[in-house]
Design a protein around this ligand. Structure first.
Ligand code: FEO
Length: 171
């Protein structure tokens, strides 16, 4: 057992974030699978990559908690939404979910500062930067979908482009 450097409050809040990142990975995995079944292969590839990245976000948190003498806890997860009305509904959900994640990260930063836990605060900066990218990307995709509207040809090209669009971590 390592000397514990995390307060119980910060450890518990970080573990809540572990759960949120794990749930994000599941959400995007469910979206990817739905998109693949519906024939949107490019969108599916993009969402599979996104799901993998959320798992990396979760792992980074678990390792940080453990390195500081805490215990990163693997959470139980509920089944996410597995069916969607259309592609717009998928990306609207991505965007609103990422806004929620950003809010939680900001709350964590506030908490770390209030407790003068500067190591945690510094660690969280990576997530703050990551969330700027994730929100930017989701907004960019929603703008494109708005332009496409009901144009099937546009959606075909959009699907093709998303196969190679970098997810936030790859920028
Ligand atoms: Fe790891 Fe998309 O938040």
């Amino acid at each position: 057992m390592l000397l514990k450097e995390l307060s119980p409050k910060i450890e518990s809040a970080l573990n809540n974030q572990v759960e949120m990142e794990a749930a994000s990975s599941q959400y995007y995995l469910a979206m990817a699978s739905w998109a693949e079944v519906e024939g949107y292969n490019g969108i599916a590839q993009f969402l599979y990559r996104h799901s993998d990245e959320e798992r990396v976000h979760m792992l980074k948190l678990i390792k940080f908690i453990n390195e500081r003498g805490g215990h990163g806890l693997v959470p139980a997860l509920k089944q996410p939404t597995v069916k969607f009305k259309n592609i717009n509904a998928v990306f609207e959900q991505v965007f609103s979910h990422e806004l929620l994640v950003s809010k939680e990260i900001n709350n964590l930063v506030d908490m770390a500062l209030a407790e003068k836990d500067y190591a945690t605060q510094t660690f969280l900066q990576w997530y703050v930067t990551e969330q700027i990218e994730e929100e930017r990307m989701a907004r960019h995709i929603l703008d494109k979908l708005k332009l496409i509207g009901e144009d099937k040809g546009g959606l075909y090209i959009f699907d093709r482009d998303l196969a190679t669009l970098n997810t936030a971590d790859q920028h």
